[in-house]
Design a binder for this molecule. Structure first.
Ligand SMILES: [Zn+2]
Ligand SMILES: [Zn+2]
Length: 114
């Protein structure tokens, strides 16, 4: 009986099982199987249990991915703004001669290579 191979259906011991429940691994025949887009189950209860778990896992996965991507995008936007601001002010202070500030701007322009 407990040899690990698919044998009789959970509800019909004489009928050969065609599926295994994705949640509890019990064998079921074609007339007992509860089919769902995510797999085959022995009962609606097992299907719901599995789907609840899969939904939670997917939600958690999305939250991690979403936050990571949002942070990265925020950082990229800040970096672009900073570079634009720096280049803009350097360009402005090297175009318009302002004592001391222009000296500093030329130094920064040499440093940045722009
Ligand atoms: Zn089951
Ligand atoms: Zn059956």
């Amino acid at each position: 009986m407990l040899d690990g191979t698919v044998s009789g259906c959970l509800n019909h011991p004489g009928v050969e099982a065609a599926f295994r429940c994705k949640q509890c691994m019990k064998p079921v025949c074609r007339s007992c199987v509860v089919s769902a887009p995510r797999g085959n189950f022995c009962s609606a209860a097992c299907k719901e249990k599995f789907e609840a778990f899969a939904d939670r896992a997917a939600a958690l996965d999305n939250r991690i991915k979403g936050s990571g991507f949002a942070k990265l995008r925020q950082l990229a936007v800040k970096l672009i703004l900073l570079v634009a601001f720096l280049a803009g002010s350097v360009w402005m202070f090297t175009t318009i001669e302002i004592p001391y500030v222009s000296d500093w701007a030329w130094k920064l322009r040499d440093l940045l290579g722009i």
